[in-house]
Design a protein around this ligand. Structure first.
Ligand code: AMP
Length: 428
């Protein structure tokens, strides 16, 4: 046999979704959408591919290793989007800078990253998120966290935790310790990935006392008292640490607003969120039971418009890992497809097929219905309807038709009655 050279299988790291699964995914999407809309956010959609530069501008050239990037036939450098924050901010700069502030946007979209697939980590995955543009205030930050938590609550997800950090303080400490801005990304990345931060810092020649201070602060966890500890530690150094104090006070204000709204969170000053554009509060949400890929949401306050040659615009947003939320809901038994009313129209014989199609069209003016398309005999058609979960069957036969009627069978009760065709649009 000749060697098989073709490969018609699914590419690595991608998935297919069958109808039952799609119904569940759509239902989760609808719930999230309703929460975003309740908070007054408007949906946007951006292209699946963007100029490569849009992504490298904010994340650096190293990101290319994780991108599906390519040249088109006119030699433009393009990439499939790895996330939606940069595309949405590009959209904002192109179309919405003059809109009254705040501009509140949400999105759903598939993203593409060249990563090693594992459970909860794919090469094609879905994100949903919001961006709140134009308000520099803590209430904007508190609202964004509130949107994320409200969506998870409305989905019925249990056992998730919100951790909040502050990257502005970390950056200030790096600067004061003599670490060049260009080197910040590698340190933040090390913090984000949980690799040996001390080793990374040593290699960069950070001032020893500042290094110790940073490493201690990275370990701070807990409630608001952890912020006070951070402040005390910073003050003890006696060094002018620029706006570190202001950043901590600012975060305290955001936390106070979350307290007012009754949200639970814990502070984790070790959250760095790899990307360069975060400037202040950052947060992550984790779901129990997902193993290594438990982070279901990431977000914070960032400044991206300047990087994209626009006017500065304070922005806060988050992205949900949609697929991980599906996995978390599923593991908690909270993922159900919505119940659907199903009605099947069955012809009693081949001569009745046209009539069945005609009656189905009448029914569809008021409600959905399907027609039996396999020409099964009535008994088999009813067994099929039963197996497939149709609640009702409309049986189209000559005798009843002559009286302007059909037989309506309630599959659950096994009861039948004659119904006038014109009444099929009313309550059944
Ligand atoms: P990020 O844009 O990296 O902040 O990711 C936001 C969220 O998307 C994360 O919290 C994850 O839940 C999800 N996510 C990121 N990468 C992947 C991936 N490769 N597969 C599935 N979900 C992902």
């Amino acid at each position: 046999m000749p060697k098989k050279t073709s490969d018609f299988s699914r590419p690595k790291g991608t998935r297919d979704f069958l109808p039952e699964e799609m119904a569940k995914r759509r239902s989760v999407e609808e719930t999230m959408r309703s929460v975003f809309e309740d908070f007054g956010y408007g949906e946007v959609e951006t292209p699946v591919f963007e100029h490569l530069e849009l992504i490298t501008a904010k994340s650096g050239e190293e990101i290319k290793a994780h991108l599906y990037h390519f040249k088109d036939k006119s030699s433009r450098d393009l990439t499939l989007r790895p996330e939606l924050t940069a595309p949405v901010m590009r959209l904002y700069l192109e179309a919405l800078t003059h809109a009254p502030k705040p501009v509140k946007l949400y999105y759903f979209g598939d993203c593409f990253r060249y990563e090693e697939p594992q459970s909860g980590r794919y090469r094609e995955f879905r994100q949903a998120g919001v961006e709140l543009i134009g308000s520099p205030n803590p209430e904007a930050e508190a609202e964004v966290i509130c949107v994320a938590v409200s969506a998870l609550e409305r989905l019925g997800l249990k056992d998730f935790r919100v951790s909040i950090g502050e990257v502005g303080v970390l950056r200030t400490l790096l600067e004061s310790g003599g670490i060049h801005k260009e080197a910040h990304a590698s340190v933040m990345n090390a913090i984000d990935k949980g690799v040996d931060v001390r080793k990374t810092l040593d290699g960069l020649g950070m001032q020893k006392d500042m290094e110790e201070l940073l490493l201690t602060i990275l370990e701070l966890r807990g409630g608001k008292e952890a912020l006070h500890t951070a402040l005390e530690l910073i003050e003890k150094t006696g060094i002018d640490l620029g706006d570190a104090r202001a950043k901590i006070n600012r975060l305290e204000e955001t936390l106070r607003l979350l307290d007012v709204m009754g949200f639970e969170y814990s502070l984790d000053l070790g959250i760095a969120r790899g990307l360069d554009y975060y400037t202040g509060m950052v947060f992550e949400i984790y779901a129990e039971g997902l193993g290594a890929q438990k982070q279901i949401c990431g977000g914070g306050t960032y400044s991206l418009t300047e990087i994209l040659d626009g006017e500065p615009a304070p922005t806060c947003g988050f992205a949900f890992g949609f697929d991980r939320i599906i996995l978390a809901l599923e593991s908690q038994g909270k993922l159900a497809a919505p119940e659907k009313e199903r009605l099947l129209v069955v012809a009693t014989g081949e001569d009745m097929v046209g009539e069945a199609m005609r009656i189905a069209s009448i029914i569809r003016r008021k409600r959905g219905c399907e027609v039996e398309l396999m020409r099964r005999k009535l008994v088999k058609a009813l067994a099929y309807a039963n197996n497939m979960g149709y609640q009702r069957v409309v049986i189209v036969g000559g005798e009843e038709l002559a009286k302007g009627c059909v037989v309506l069978r309630n599959m659950g009760k096994g009861e039948q009655k004659e119904v006038r065709i014109e009444d099929l649009g009313g309550p059944l």
